[in-house]
Write a protein that binds this ligand. Sequence first.
Ligand code: FES
Length: 84
Amino acid sequence: MFVLNTWYIAAWSKELEDKPLARRICDKPVVLFRGKDGKVGALEDKCCHRGAPLSMGYIVEGGLECGYHGVVHDSQGRVLHVPG
Ligand code: FES
């Protein structure tokens, strides 16, 4: 049981550098990342396409690219690019 609707410490700033970071917060998988624009994103660690863990992806221009098919999400979770 977790206290919801409150703040939890997710990571140190220095942990968010050149690759995504997987964490479990309140028993939910979360991916943390810092985009090339410096904005930090905290998203469900599950790609909206086929559910691959986004934490296995790559930081690219504009956000976080899924390592499976390459869908790019910004720090708000919006899809910016779909290959093909
Ligand atoms: S599962 Fe992420 S792009 Fe397909």
